[in-house]
Ligand binder design. Structure first.
Ligand SMILES: [Zn+2]
Length: 215
């Protein structure tokens, strides 16, 4: 956040003479680049979120295989769910912690997301007769009231205004998933198998591979 500095003309002239700029050109370039990077990351998360929900039926058809395949299960999916509460703000889908002296960020992975969607809290009946999955929720930690939105992978229908379940149930599933992710990374660090653990695949690559398998 920008800090507003009250400065008189005399002090300004003295500072200019000393070339003591409040923000140097290099600093402002650096800030500009950071802003651009953040913007690109936001756009990327949006694109991936759309891709994930556009292919939700394909992903759910291969649920068991994804859960059993670490390079699929570990795909970052922190952007899929959106939650927030009164007084507490957005629910973080990522968590930073220190493992063996190294700062590590864990987030909701595709495997975690499928586990969360496996719980009754995150499932709702769609009018087409199939199951829809909750992807956004809001509520109050004080009253426990909530309102959620879901999408049906079969008919692509969006369901709004789901109010039948406590806010805490949604949050608990996310926190439990992040606890599991953290425990898995800590375990990988301490047992020295992190290289194997971190073998990666992208959401895009996985979708291509799954589509090829269905031809
Ligand atoms: Zn439906």
């Amino acid at each position: 956040m920008a800090v507003k500095i009250q400065e008189g003309f005399a002090l300004f002239s003295k500072r200019m003479d000393a070339k003591a700029y409040i923000e140097s050109e290099d600093e402002s370039l650096d800030n500009m680049e950071s802003q651009k990077i953040l913007e690109i990351k936001r756009e990327r998360d949006e694109r991936k979120r759309k891709l994930l929900f556009d292919n939700l039926d394909l992903i759910l058809r291969h649920r068991d295989e994804i859960m059993k395949t670490p390079r699929y299960a570990k795909i970052d999916a922190h952007y899929a769910l959106r939650g927030g509460g009164a007084y507490i703000g957005p629910i973080a889908m990522r968590r930073r912690f220190c493992a063996a002296g190294v700062s590590v960020t864990v987030g909701i992975t595709l495997g975690s997301l499928l586990e969360i969607w496996g719980t009754a809290t995150y499932k709702v009946n769609c009018s087409c007769g199939n199951t829809a999955y909750i992807r956004s929720f809001g509520g109050s930690p004080l009253t426990g009231m909530s309102v959620a939105g879901a999408v049906c992978p079969h008919c692509k229908n969006e369901i709004h205004g789901i109010r039948s379940r406590p806010f805490g149930d949604y949050v608990r599933q996310v926190l439990n998933a992040l606890d599991r992710e953290k425990a898995a990374v800590s375990q990988a660090f301490t047992s020295g198998v992190f290289g194997k653990f971190s073998e990666q695949c992208s959401l895009e690559k996985m979708i291509s591979e799954l589509k090829l398998r269905e031809i």
